[in-house]
Design a protein around this ligand. Structure first.
Ligand SMILES: [Zn+2]
Length: 181
């Protein structure tokens, strides 16, 4: 039985606190496996494309990502679990794009992100993997990994004038980002 977890919003200190690494010996535990399952259920419930553990009041370096196939921003990303991830930019190129966040409900803003990154992490069973990511997948990885350092997308915005309520954005900027992270 997997519970839908309560999402912490900005203002709660857990969103602004750097998370600690998951001890490798804990990965196989029932508690950790349940946390991962409940993060996935919670991400799906709120139709996010990513969720980081501090967003559900757990100060650990864990995130989940899944981008549906219907998404126009790029190829689908299958369900990916990031435990103790390390992200390294590939090149200097950054691109602006709309982002939203389950911890900042109702708002969207334009955020520059590296277009290509290398991701190294453990999967939910503690096995190391590496991936090269580009485009929207790279954007979501950077957004989720920022959460593990107590950062949110507002901190990365270069022009706060783009900060918009989703309702207004749908009326005036039809192609803007719809999902939260
Ligand atoms: Zn977020």
């Amino acid at each position: 039985m997997n519970a839908i977890l309560k999402v912490a919003r900005i203002g709660h200190p857990v969103v602004r606190t750097a998370a600690g690494p998951v001890p490798e010996g804990d990965v196989a535990s029932a508690d950790f496996q349940r946390l991962v399952d409940e993060m996935i259920v919670t991400m799906h419930e709120y139709e996010g494309v990513g969720l980081a553990a501090p967003q559900v009041h757990v100060p650990l370096r864990v995130a989940v990502i899944e981008v549906p196939a219907s998404d126009e921003r790029g190829p689908a990303v299958p369900l990916t679990v990031l435990v103790n991830p390390v992200v390294t930019p590939r090149g200097d190129e950054r691109r602006p794009g709309w982002e939203g966040c389950l911890s900042i409900p109702g708002l969207r803003g334009v955020v520059p992100r590296f277009d290509r990154v290398r991701l190294e992490a453990l999967d939910r069973h503690g096995r190391p993997y590496a991936a090269e990511a580009a485009g929207f997948f790279a954007r979501v990885i950077q957004h989720e990994c920022d959460h593990l350092d107590g950062k949110v997308y507002l901190d990365r915005m270069e022009d706060l004038r783009t900060l918009s309520f989703l309702r207004e954005l749908h009326r005036h900027v039809p192609d803007a980002e719809r999902e939260d992270h």
